[in-house]
Design a protein around this ligand. Sequence first.
Ligand code: GLC
Length: 455
Amino acid sequence: MIDASPVACEEFFSYLEKLFSISINDIRVMIQDFHAEMGKGLSGDESSLKMIPSFIDKPKGTEAGEFLALDLGGTNFRVLTVRLDGKGNANVPFASKFAIPQKDMQGTGVALFDFIVGCIDVFLTENHVDRSKTYDLAFTFSFPVEQTSIAAGKLIVWTKGFTATGVQGHDVILLLNEALRRKDIRCINITALANDTVGTLAARSYIDPACDLGVIMGTGTNACYREAASRIGKLNTVDAHGHMIVNMEWGNFDKVRVTCYDRLLDKASVNPGAMVMEKMVSGMYLGEITRLVLMDLIRRGFILVNETPAAEYFQERGSLKTEDMSRIEGDRTDRLDGVALFFERNGFSNITLHDKILLQRLCRIISTRAARLGAAAISAVLTWIDPKFKDVHTVGIDGSLFEKYPGFKTKMMNVLEELYGEKAERITLVHAKDGSGKGAAIIAAVAASSEAGRV
Ligand code: GLC
């Protein structure tokens, strides 16, 4: 029987708050687990953290040149030209964005790479690029790739809803080159393959030597950091000197406490059992977790009771998006007019202020957990690099959650302050804009320098 009394509703919300809470104690435990998984991943043992060597070190800031860059990793694909002046400026004279059709994301790899090359063709034509010359190109491919050199690597597994066949286990540069040949495009020389986190670290450290951690908090979540090659046990000894950026693939970290709602989400995903932390933290999933809890609240008669049958409206997967949450949580009006708009758009007309307050509170619960988990992961990497915070550290972060979600950065900073008190001042979280575009070009420039392919 449904007990929809205000007391029962309040009790249920307190339960939810507890269920999704991440205490500072939880975070301390998580940091230890993170370190254990990092160690195992680096030495090549079974670990939820893949710890993938990128075969490139940070830029010096003096790299210069003009590069083409491709950015594949979310709902859009981008082609850009990036100009580096060697003095910290990365300009983007030309950029085009293309929505990736679902049929190419989830069809065959050939179709996906033909789509990519079709976009390159459009870009070259629209910008009157002289095809008799050769252009160095950096490919930001934001998925777990087992790199074997700066411009070669096999996709380990798709993430973020991509399922195109015939790509997993294959060298993505090879696939791209084959697609270029199919379209007879001969003016492109692919010189670098990079993850978006690596691009983000490169983009920020190009202008800020204190940056040693690149993080994405967007559609997916992940990080890379600068590691001593001698600590990467699984690296071929020939490569084991100097420093190298390591792509952690932290979205797959699984030493986290999941709720029944996370389990539901996971079960319905295209990759059940994988990317446990990403499914709790990143923009592709937050709206969906919130929708699942909202459905439960409706079923229990705590919210939208004047709307029958309310549950039907939110039956559909994806009917509540992380962007909606962002607007809902950012609504500071007395009567929560922004929240009302969201409900009205979904066909509700009898919403009460109480409904709006509850939805806003729910969004806050889900986004707070995400921000705290993200900050915990950052803390784990920082204490791995510098346990006593002897140095100052900049964390370059890109992605819509960090950039746009109201209060996200503050919640992350709060965790660092709770953990480290005054020492938290030694950590700066900054928005590293367009790491996956500009950063890729910087990486191509590092690769083109004398140390190409070797750090
Ligand atoms: C997913 C990908 C990872 C990427 C991240 C952010 O976690 O597996 O490679 O860096 O999304 O885009």
